[in-house]
Design a binder for this molecule. Structure first.
Ligand code: IPM
Ligand code: MN
Length: 364
């Protein structure tokens, strides 16, 4: 099994080193991981002049899965957009066709008091955000700057982006969401999909609502509800447990998944999977490169370690290994080990490396 390992910027290399330790620990005579490292993001720009060098893209394309750290570094914020570190992840998503982004937000019982919400509001929370990842205003053309063609400010400089979705783009992400709801229902969840849109204002999202409703006809066992994005943002902090699976577009999903992550106490805990039509995928923590704490050894590696578990489950057909990792993470939390982001009074503060070592130890 060949895995492209792309640590990236900021805390990326630190958290990735811990995930790699965990993968190495799981190897046996039967299972070997061929880990191939490559540069991505700001570091790739610094070394090769581009945030997504051709060699990195080629490796990602031929690997069975991609394990991704984080990109972004204020040192490169002044570069033209095409060379900024963020373009690496956007380019990988587009080139590999990774249209389905799964972002679970589940609360570990051990971390109930790390949430900013009351424990009873979040206790037992386990929701899944399915974010469309290769369309919407992120990729719509045309975009750019120009002189305003009409209106009160005609002739003045303006900037514009294009929000758009095609029918097949909406259909395929709706199928992913309904199927995920079905799988979760079998495991005791509600069997409900909440489709989040802004159909009251945007043509794109009235179309989204129509197409999702059509696809739903094939999933009579699953309940579908529609919700406007502003209301969804409110309900997520008011009564998050009323959600099961949320499906939404690229930009709303970007925003709501950060919000949902915080319900669980720390975005440092949450993995994500970005899948294409062949279930090949890229796995990355939901958090960013955290340049403010990079190199200090205090980052939380658990989101990356849990992303490796998702990779084993979805792309490498090793569900037992995924469960072993998830149980090991639970075990270290139960031991009271906490990185700074999830620290509580009375917990044992550890750094990134110690946290990784503890997970490896808990794997037995
Ligand atoms: C994310 C990030 C990216 C996004 C950025 C880094 C381009 O915020 O993965 O959520 O907006 O999709
Ligand atoms: Mn984001």
């Amino acid at each position: 099994m060949k895995i492209a390992v792309l640590p990236g910027d900021g805390i990326g290399p630190e958290i990735m080193a811990e995930a790699v330790k965990v993968l190495r620990r799981l190897e046996s005579h039967q299972v070997r991981f061929e880990l191939e490292f490559a540069d991505v993001g700001g570091i790739a720009y610094a070394k090769h002049g581009h945030p997504l060098p051709e060699a990195t893209l080629a490796l990602a394309k031929q690997a069975d899965a991609v394990l991704f750290g984080a990109v972004g570094d204020p040192r490169y914020d002044a570069l033209e957009r095409a060379l900024r570190p963020e373009q690496a992840i956007l380019g990988l998503r587009k080139s590999l066709g990774l249209f389905a982004n799964l972002r679970p937000a589940a609360l570990y019982a051990e971390l109930a008091s790390a949430s900013s919400l009351k424990p009873e509001v979040v206790a037992g929370l386990d929701i899944l955000i399915v974010r469309e990842l290769t369309g919407d205003i992120y990729f719509g053309q045309p975009r750019g700057r120009r002189s305003a063609p009409d209106g009160a400010f005609a002739g003045q400089p303006e900037a514009f982006d294009t929000m758009r979705y095609s029918r097949p783009e909406i259909e395929r992400i709706a199928h992913v969401a309904f199927q995920a709801a079905r799988t979760r229902k079998a495991a005791g969840h509600a069997g409900k999909v909440t489709s989040v849109d802004k159909a009251n204002v945007l043509e794109t999202f009235q179309f989204w609502r129509d197409v999702v409703t059509e696809v739903h006809a094939q999933y009579q066992d699953i309940e579908l509800e529609h919700m406007y994005v502003d209301n969804a943002a409110m309900q997520l902090v008011r009564a998050p447990k009323k959600f099961d699976v949320i499906v939404t577009g690229n930009m709303f999903g970007d925003i709501l998944s950060d919000e949902a992550a915080m319900l669980t106490g720390s975005i440092g805990m949450l993995p994500s999977a970005s899948l294409n039509a062949d279930k090949r995928g890229l796995y990355e923590p939901s958090h960013g490169s955290a340049p403010d704490i990079a190199g200090k050894g205090m980052a939380n590696p658990l989101a990356t370690i849990l992303s490796a578990a998702m990779m084993l489950r979805y792309s490498l057909a090793q569900p037992e290994m995924a469960v072993r990792i998830e149980q090991a993470v639970q075990a270290v939390l139960r031991q009271g080990l906490r990185t700074a982001d999830i620290a509580e009074p009375g917990s044992r503060r550890v750094g990134c490396v110690q946290m990784g070592d503890a997970v490896v130890a808990a794997l037995g």
